[in-house]
Design a protein. Structure first.
Length: 393
């Protein structure tokens, strides 16, 4: 077991009509003039954006709005947000939406108090010394950004998608009302649960095998997500199971399932290049990449894959054939992805064959010209990543 620090400073306000507490929470954390950051039409169409702004107004809090966040949030909009914050003398950022909106708000929060280019943090050229306060009203269970230290941004100049993690950007509070997820389309619901599960699996597939409690928590989250996603796909207004998804997204990425373990994160890094190049849905891309990653690396620790197969995927343990049990677990995951409408090949994800040139370019970017290997379960060089992309075709 590794030594660990578990830090989760975000106040969670969970339940029906919880968004009505937004003004008092903003004031509690020192906000007086707010940038309300949101995505596209759904926040407006659902009425949530108007409700949040109305609550702020009634609470005596001035605000400015900035919409337009898209999946794989763009650096150009972050720059717009930074300009607005400085011009309008904003002192608090409130994201209304899912992970992309929250990630964009975090980037604005970094950049607004930095004299240089905010992209410097994502490329590792600089480290932030300060960050504006950020909070969120969550509408999409998936990224876990509402409680995490992470932010992922896409730079349109070169289609480069990079993440940055720092505890100073963790949201001050997260408002979570499962009713606000009732209108999520099936594909987005399934992709979100895939992302939730992958945040857990990136930590679970570790060579540290002596943290039983953390493993048990991770397995419980994975089993619960498997069960609840089928329920909400069948009945989108199933509050109980929507609540499981929403809370599961937070627990999967607030650090809890990584306590005492060395995580992997290669699947996320490999997928980031896929979604950057093709603007694919992140969760769907994770489903595609994990299956090939698993087939490529499982022999590094077959017992870990056996544990996953038996405890998560309900595969009977054939003690005479551990490798066969491990492989059955991977195949059951493939069946699960298909059952919830997720793609299992790159062709299904992007709608065409991927070229070798595109594969080579993604592997090059993923490893910074083969200078930065990815992963811990198995350390992957550029050629390893090329093989994983090819297996995923």
């Amino acid at each position: 077991m590794k030594d660990f620090l578990y830090y989760t400073p975000t106040e969670v306000v969970f339940g029906k009509e919880s968004e009505k507490k937004v003004a008092e929470l903003v004031l509690k954390y020192g906000g007086h003039k707010v940038l309300v950051h949101y995505g596209g039409k759904s926040a407006k169409k659902s009425g949530l954006l108007d409700e949040v702004c109305d609550c702020l107004q009634k609470g005596g809090i001035d605000f400015v709005t900035l919409g337009g966040v898209v999946p794989n949030p763009r650096l150009s909009l972050v720059h717009q947000g930074i300009d607005i914050v400085r011009r309008e003398k904003i002192d608090f950022l409130l994201a209304v939406g899912g992970g992309s909106v929250i990630d964009s708000a975090k980037a604005i929060a970094y950049g607004a108090v930095y004299d240089g280019e905010v992209w410097d943090f994502y490329t590792g050229k600089a480290s932030p010394k300060d960050c504006m306060p950020v909070a969120c009203v969550l509408t999409i269970p998936a990224a876990g950004s509402e409680m995490s230290e992470s932010s992922v941004i896409t730079n349109e100049d070169g289609d480069i998608k990079l993440g940055y993690s720092n505890d100073i950007c963790r949201p001050k509070f997260a408002i979570m009302n499962p009713e606000r997820t009732f209108t999520l389309p099936p594909y987005q619901t399934a992709a979100g649960v895939t992302d939730i599960m992958m945040h857990t699996m990136e930590r679970y597939f570790s060579h540290d095998d002596d943290m039983t409690l953390t493993d048990n928590i991770a397995e419980a989250i994975l089993r619960t997500m498997k069960e609840s996603v089928h329920a909400v796909l069948e009945n989108p207004t199933d509050y109980r199971n929507r609540a499981q998804n929403m809370w599961g997204g937070s627990l999967a990425h607030n650090g809890l399932t990584g306590c005492g373990l060395t995580g992997d994160w290669a699947t996320h890094q490999i997928e980031h290049e896929l979604s950057a190049m093709f603007d694919a849905t992140h969760g769907a891309g994770l489903a595609v990449i994990w299956l090939s990653w698993a087939k490529y690396v499982y022999k590094e620790n077959i017992s870990r894959f056996v544990k996953f197969a038996v405890n998560v995927m309900d595969v009977p343990n054939d003690f005479t054939d551990p490798e066969g049990t491990a492989l059955k677990g991977i195949e059951r995951m493939r069946t699960f992805y298909r059952s919830i409408g997720m793609p299992t090949t790159i062709h299904e994800l992007i709608g065409r064959e991927i070229t070798d040139e595109e594969i080579q370019e993604m592997a090059r970017k993923c490893t910074l010209n083969d200078t930065v290997p990815q992963g811990n379960f198995k350390v992957l060089r550029a050629e390893d990543i090329v093989q994983i992309y090819r297996m995923a075709r």
